[in-house]
Write a protein that binds this ligand. Structure first.
Ligand code: AMP
Length: 598
């Protein structure tokens, strides 16, 4: 049995990995010593992938080949208006993929978004494997509660491409509640307020003796720290345009520098009343003279720029309470998740809204990964200690006459669940019915996400309205939807499991998985070769020293010189690990022979 499983918080801005070791969840620090890793990927000029801290460090000088915030785009189509907004502000190139999907371009090569996420997941897996000294494949990855099926499937695809076995995808706020609830065992109702880099989620849960029951969950997948940064960037760009009549948005490098400074300033304003933004040589004017940004931003100014974003989160909280059938007074504890909840304005607004101070002693950056690790550990080791009752995040239903969406399983229904409706035939001798399964919240069928489509044929012929057809939705604990259409008189039925569909075909996923594995194997080969060359160098030095000090007979001295020459040549252009190791062995044998002969 596998001993360890990863809990991965795959964030918009930062990601985090946790495991349960000897019954205790721990966050594993990366090689730089940080417990979170930036969700940033770049391709260096050499073609090497740079991930996390390394990618972030070179983001300014390699702006067009550095990709970040892809979680905001994953599982969406290129025509999505939110995606079009992003294209306008992101410095890297985004193009249309073969299935209306999104591809990002780095060094002339197109990458799907699951491939980008797979690189981050691979890095986190490596972090854990380095720590444990063993290989790990099982993982739970968290997603915003409000992610739809395509976004969830795209996240599973990312795990597959990274070579992981995704045990389950769980909602971030639910994971946070698990981490919180396993420490605080008393019966209570909690609100998890999760404002991360790109998304906002709010979930209301009841926790009772290891049973986590999600009462409601809602959110906005386009509301997060990036929007706060963008407000500050817009403010700086506008002021600069007023002063110099230059639009910095047309300069990717300037925008990348602005982005980094804006985020830094935002974080500083969580601790200070004002902060300086200094960006020397941000661009040049028409005469080629350098221009700079040198300004002070006060906390008050910043709060005014973003107050409407904070208010938007509270409106969504109101909906979450309503959906859960509770009021602020029923909430025993508020758990803050996500880096943005460090902002004092957010904390004040949440405290005011829920009439109580949020829970202390919870690290908002780590709590989601910890919850995922606890759940993953429970799944791989039998005798799971807690039960998770999650809910459907969006309405599920079918398309009906007039292009309308008929909801069969409303959002926030606890899963597993079964719901059904009965329709009658709409014309005489109708023998088949086309069923289009949808997910979303729009009244018009076409505006929702299409999950599946099938024809129920073999209906008993009869006058219009005389045949009853039951459409039943079963949603299993993993959120997989099974749809059954049944002629109630004849009991003839048609059963379909809605397999989650992402924007990639199985063949593409297979190819991407192979490409990823090939790249990693080549990288490992390079690392192994480097190490082998280092060992060879050490042996060469020993032989050279021996050759210089020992008075060797002419044939042996010749042989040694020849060996040294061949060894030096191999150090200059090493070919394979095997050949380099063979040469090291030859040299070590020569050293032994010389020593024995003395
Ligand atoms: P997460 O997705 O949870 O990693 O949250 C990342 C977001 O939190 C980013 O937008 C960060 O800029 C933001 N963040 C991190 N630390 C702070 C802080 N001290 N004050 C304000 N925002 C922060």
């Amino acid at each position: 049995m596998t001993e360890y499983a990863l809990g991965i918080d795959l964030g918009t801005t930062n990601s985090c990995v946790s495991i349960v070791e000897q019954g205790k969840p721990i966050i594993i620090a990366n090689s730089a010593g940080y417990k979170t890793t930036p969700s940033i990927v770049a391709i260096a000029e050499s073609g090497k992938r740079l991930i996390g801290q390394l990618a972030k460090r070179q983001a300014i000088t390699n702006a067009t080949n550095t990709v970040y915030s892809t979680k905001r785009l994953i599982g969406r189509t290129i025509h999505d208006p939110e995606v079009q907004n992003c294209i306008a502000t992101l410095p890297y190139e985004i193009v249309e993929g073969p299935h209306d999907d999104i591809r990002v371009v780095m060094r002339d090569k197109q990458y799907s978004l699951p491939e980008i996420s797979a690189m981050i997941l691979g890095e986190l897996r490596q972090v854990a494997e380095n720590y444990l000294g063993t290989s790990i494949t099982d993982a739970i990855i968290t997603v915003p509660a409000y992610f739809n099926d395509a976004q969830r499937q795209a996240t599973i695809d990312a795990g597959t491409i990274a070579g992981l076995n995704v045990l389950r995808i769980i909602n971030e706020p639910t994971a946070a509640a698990i981490a919180y609830g396993t420490q605080n065992k008393k019966r209570q109702t909690i609100a998890v307020f999760d404002l991360g880099g790109g998304t906002f989620d709010i979930s209301i849960l009841s926790i009772d003796d290891g049973i986590f029951n999600v009462l409601s969950t809602t959110g906005d997948t386009f509301l997060g720290g990036e929007d706060f940064d963008n407000r500050l960037i817009e403010y700086l760009v506008l002021n600069f345009a007023r002063e110099h009549d230059i639009d910095l948005r047309e300069d990717p490098m300037a925008m990348q520098r602005l982005k980094i400074s804006a985020e830094k300033a935002k974080c500083e304003l969580s601790e200070m009343k004002s902060t300086e933004i200094n960006l020397p040589f941000i661009c040049t004017d028409a005469q080629g003279a350098p221009l700079h940004i040198n300004t002070t931003v006060t906390l008050e100014q910043f709060e005014n720029l973003v107050i409407d974003l904070v208010k938007r989160t509270l409106k969504i909280c109101q909906v979450a309470l309503m959906n859960a059938n509770v009021t602020q007074n029923d909430i025993d504890e508020v758990v803050l998740v996500g880096g943005m909840t460090r902002m004092p304005l957010v904390q004040r607004a949440v405290a005011e809204f829920f009439h109580k101070q949020p829970a202390k002693n919870i690290n908002p950056d780590e709590v989601v990964a910890v919850g995922a690790a606890i759940q993953a550990d429970g799944l791989i080791h039998q005798g799971q200690k807690h039960i998770l009752l999650d809910v459907t995040p969006l309405d599920l239903g079918i398309a009906v006459h007039g292009g309308k969406f008929h909801v069969i399983t409303p959002k926030n229904t606890t899963i597993p669940c079964t719901n059904s409706v009965v329709f009658t035939t709409s014309f005489d001798n109708q023998t088949s019915l086309r069923i289009v399964v949808l997910q979303g919240e729009q009244q018009q069928a076409a505006e929702n996400q299409r999950l599946a489509e099938f024809t129920f044929s073999g209906i008993r012929p009869g006058p219009a309205g005389s045949v009853d057809i039951q459409i039943k939705f079963d949603v299993d604990p993993d959120g997989i939807v099974n749809v059954t259409a049944k002629d109630l008189q004849t009991q003839h039925e048609h059963f379909v499991t809605v397999s989650r569909s992402s924007n990639l075909t199985p063949e593409e996923i297979e190819q991407m998985t192979k490409d990823n594995a090939d790249y990693l194997a080549a990288e490992k080969m390079n690392a192994d070769l480097k190490q082998a060359v280092e060992y060879l160098k050490l042996s060469l030095k020993s032989l050279r020293d021996l050759n210089a000090t020992a008075n060797l007979p002419a044939p042996i001295a010749n042989f040694t010189r020849n060996l040294l020459q061949r060894g030096d040549d191999l150090v200059k252009s090493p070919d394979t690990v095997v050949n380099v190791n063979r040469m090291t062995d030859d040299i070590n044998n020569a050293i032994s022979l010389i020593n024995e002969g003395q």
